[in-house]
Write a protein that binds this ligand. Structure first.
Ligand code: SF4
Length: 289
């Protein structure tokens, strides 16, 4: 039996509040840096409006966007099956009290569920380890950016060049729909489903940090420069800031396959994590600890 210092339900509530009301520092810094180099007046004013909105949401403890998203949870470390039920309870409370927009509906009838639950919800990814903590991370994912997700099964002969083209095409084809500038998550390899999981997980990597894999680091930099030279700009209205960051993860794949997935984070690329030890809980907004 694992003894916890505060109920998991409360930790989940705190994570949902933090992630929806406080933009992660790295994303905020990237917005400030973009505003400093942006010379297009429309782009500059769009970035200013976004930053003003971010400041107000933190000050008033209110969600930074009306779309509070679908919360995606990642649970790592030691845990038992009760954690899923506790996450649901925290989500129901957060939907009422923060409040979060009740976003979930039946996919066919479109009937709403009212509490952000429903069949298969919330999405929780479990990774058991022998660590002495339970780590819970939440990523509220808005529909505007999620709807622009792309999966391309490249011919392996298309190689690195094909990857760069698939990613830049996906982002530029999306135009202003995913509320740029945001963070681009890229998943390379694995299988079709694995590459999409990797692309979403890549959004949990802090913007601006060097990728520990030098090959991916170079790829991220190349795509970052290409996209910010495209002229698409904030909200697709023109300018030098189309993306705040590009993050990539990879996995081994079949010799005859090259899956490439793109999961776009909007300017509100939100996340929060907690590590629950026996006697304390540590919070962070830098993705996985
Ligand atoms: S894409 Fe992001 S910023 Fe745009 S409406 Fe959705 S959650 Fe809000």
């Amino acid at each position: 039996m694992i003894k916890l210092p505060e109920p998991v339900e409360d930790v989940v509530f705190n994570l949902l509040r933090a992630s929806n009301t406080i933009l992660p520092k790295d994303v905020g810094w990237a917005l400030e840096a973009a505003a400093a180099w942006e010379s297009n007046p429309t782009a500059y004013s769009q970035l200013g409006a976004i930053m003003d909105n971010v400041r107000k949401s933190e000050l008033l403890s209110r969600p930074m966007c009306q779309d509070t998203g679908i919360p995606i949870f990642y649970v790592r470390g030691r845990f038992d099956s009760s954690v899923a039920e506790d996450i649901k309870k925290g989500l129901i409370r957060a939907t009422k009290e923060i409040p979060l927009r009740p976003n979930t509906v039946d996919p066919i009838s479109r009937e709403p569920y009212e509490n952000n639950l429903g069949e298969g919800m919330p999405i929780i990814h479990f990774t058991p380890t022998d660590d002495n903590f339970t780590e819970i991370t939440v990523m509220p994912k808005g529909a505007g950016s999620e709807n622009m997700t792309k999966l391309v099964m490249l011919n392996p002969s298309e190689g690195r060049e094909g990857i760069v083209k698939a990613v830049t095409d996906a982002v530029l084809d999306a135009e202003g729909k995913p509320c740029p500038p945001g963070v681009i998550g890229i998943g390379i390899g694995g299988t079709a489903d694995k590459s999409i999981l990797l692309a979403k997980e890549a959004l949990l990597m802090p913007t601006g940090d060097e990728n520990p894999d030098p090959v991916l680091n170079e790829l991220e930099e190349e795509i970052f420069i290409k996209l910010n030279s495209s002229g698409l700009g904030p909200m697709g209205l023109g300018g030098a800031t189309t993306v705040l960051g590009v993050r990539a993860k990879k996995a081994a794949c079949h010799t005859a396959s090259l899956p490439v997935a793109v999961n776009i984070g909007c300017w509100a690329t939100r996340r929060a994590s907690a590590r629950i030890y026996d006697h304390e809980v540590k919070y962070s907004q830098e993705g996985f600890f």
